[in-house]
Ligand binder design. Structure first.
Ligand SMILES: *Cc1c(COP(=O)(O)O)cnc(C)c1O
Length: 397
C-alpha cells in the first residue's frame, strides 16, 4: 500500500504506545504497574460531570460555533485575566478538541517548508512531529540536567536564524517537571524582544505547581511579547478531564482566526457537552484542584526519595506536573543474561519484561540518559513500582 510520505516522516506517540502495551499485558493477567500514563488518576470532579449531564438533558447536543461557544470563550477570557493577568477578546480565543489539537492547528496555520521551530529538549513527545506534519523543521535546543533542564538566553539567541518562525516553551514541563521562574522568563524574553519570532507557550500544567512563586508565562512577564505569543492551555490536566478533549489557544486575532478556519475544515467544533463541562471547570469551585495538587506533591516527595535511593539512579526534584525524569545512564553498560543495556529503550523493555513496570524511554523526549515515570498513580503503586525497579537494577551484572 502506498501511503503519503508524511506518515513515514513521523513516529507514533510513544507515551500512548507504552500505555497500550502495559494495558495489553494487564489484560493477559500480568501484574503490571503503570508509570506511563500522562494523565491524572483522579476522577473528573462531580460538579463538572453534572454540568455535562445537564447539557445532555437540556438538549445541548448540536453543533456549536467552530471555535467554541461564547459562554466557554468568556470563561476562558476570565480565567486568563484572573490567573495570568492577560486580557483577550472573544476573537482572540479558539477552543479545540484538546490542547494537542490547538497545537496541531496552530502549526498548520503558521509553519511551512523552510520554517524552523525551536524546541527545547527534553520536550513533550508531540512537538517535533506536529511541526514536521506542518512541513516545518524542528530545531532542538538541548538543555543540561545541572541547569535544571532550562534553556539559557545566550543559547536561545544563537539558535535563532532568518528562518526561525517560533519557539515552543513548556513549563511546568512534560517530561522534566521544570518550571521557569518569572526572572528566568524575563531573561528569555529579553532575547526574544529583538527578534521577529512567535512564541507558543504550552501552559497545560500551570495548576500542577509546587513552587513558592506563582505561575507565570512569557507574555505575563513581558507585555511587549503578548502580541507575538500564543497561549495554549486546556482542562485535561488541571481538572482530570483528559477524555473530554477540550483545549484552547489565545493570541493575536489574525492567527486565531486562521486556526479557526483550519479547524472548520477538520473537526468543526469541539464536543458541545464537553464545552458545557469546561465552563463549569473554569468558573466553578477550584478547591478540587488544590486537593489534587496536594496529593501529587506528597507522591512526588516519596518517589524522588525512593529513586535517589537506587544505586546508579539520580533524580532531580521536579517543581511541577506529575512526572519525574531520573537519570539512569549509570545503569547503562550493565547486562542481563549476557545482554548489555545501553539505552533508555532497552532499559524500559527490561523493566517491563522482568519487573512488570511500565515507564517511558527518555529517548521519546529527546534525552536517552533518562526515563519518564508518571506519579499520577497511588502511593501504594509508587512504593511497589520503585521497589521493583530497584530490585531489577540490582539483578543486573
Ligand atoms: C497532555 C499534554 C498536552 C495535551 O493535552 P490535551 O489533553 O490535548 O488538552 C499538551 N501539552 C503537554 C505538554 C501535555 O503533557
Amino acid at each position: 500500500m502506498r501511503l503519503a510520505t508524511r506518515v513515514a516522516n513521523i513516529k507514533p506517540s510513544e507515551t500512548l504506545a507504552i500505555t497500550a502495551k502495559a494495558n495489553a499485558l494487564k489484560a493477559e493477567g500480568r501484574d503490571v504497574i503503570g508509570f506511563g500514563a500522562g494523565e491524572p488518576d483522579f476522577d473528573t470532579p462531580a460538579n463538572i460531570k453534572q454540568a455535562a449531564i445537564k447539557a445532555i438533558e437540556d438538549g445541548f447536543t448540536k453543533y456549536t460555533p467552530v471555535g467554541g461557544t461564547d459562554e466557554l470563550k468568556d470563561a476562558i477570557i476570565n480565567k486568563l485575566k484572573r490567573d495570568n493577568s492577560l486580557v483577550y477578546k472573544r476573537s482572540q480565543i479558539v477552543v479545540s478538541c484538546g490542547a494537542k489539537h490547538s497545537l496541531y492547528n496552530l502549526a498548520q496555520a503558521l509553519f511551512e517548508t523552510g520554517d524552523e521551530v525551536i524546541i527545547p529538549a527534553p520536550y513533550w513527545v508531540s512537538y517535533p512531529d506536529i511541526v514536521v506534519l506542518a512541513g516545518g523543521k524542528p530545531v532542538i535546543l538541548n538543555t543540561l540536567e545541572k541547569d535544571g533542564f532550562k534553556i539559557k538566553p545566550e543559547q536561545l539567541k544563537s539558535a535563532i536564524t532568518n528562518n526561525t518562525r517560533a519557539l515552543i516553551i513548556n513549563g511546568p514541563s512534560n517530561p522534566t517537571g521544570t518550571v521557569y521562574s518569572p526572572e528566568e522568563l524575563k531573561a528569555i524574553a529579553s532575547v526574544l524582544i529583538d527578534e521577529n519570532i512567535l512564541i507558543i507557550t504550552d501552559d497545560i500544567y500551570e495548576k500542577i505547581l509546587y513552587t513558592k512563586y506563582p505561575f507565570a508565562n512569557i507574555a505575563s512577564v513581558e507585555s511587549k511579547l503578548k502580541d507575538r505569543t500564543i497561549v495554549v492551555n486546556g482542562v485535561s490536566k488541571a481538572y482530570a478531564m483528559t477524555g473530554w478533549r477540550i483545549g484552547y489557544a489565545a493570541g493575536p486575532e489574525e492567527i486565531i482566526s486562521a486556526v479557526s478556519k483550519i479547524q472548520s475544515q477538520n473537526t468543526s467544533n469541539p464536543t458541545s457537552i464537553s464545552q458545557k463541562a469546561s465552563v463549569e471547570a473554569l468558573n466553578g469551585d477550584q478547591s478540587v484542584v488544590s486537593m489534587m495538587v496536594g496529593e501529587f506533591r506528597k507522591r512526588r516527595d516519596v518517589i524522588v526519595a525512593a529513586l535517589n535511593d537506587i544505586p546508579n539512579v539520580k533524580c532531580l526534584l521536579p517543581e511541577g506536573a506529575f512526572y519525574v525524569f531520573p537519570n539512569v545512564s549509570g545503569v547503562y553498560g550493565h547486562s542481563y543474561k549476557g545482554k548489555k543495556i545501553t539505552d533508555s529503550t532497552q532499559l524500559i523493555d527490561y523493566l517491563l519484561d522482568e519487573a512488570n513496570v511500565a515507564a517511558v524511554p527518555g529517548a521519546a523526549f529527546g534525552s536517552d540518559d533518562h526515563i519518564r515515570i508518571s506519579y499520577a498513580t497511588s502511593l501504594k503503586n509508587i512504593e511497589e513500582g520503585v521497589k521493583r525497579i530497584k530490585n531489577a537494577i540490582a539483578r543486573l551484572d
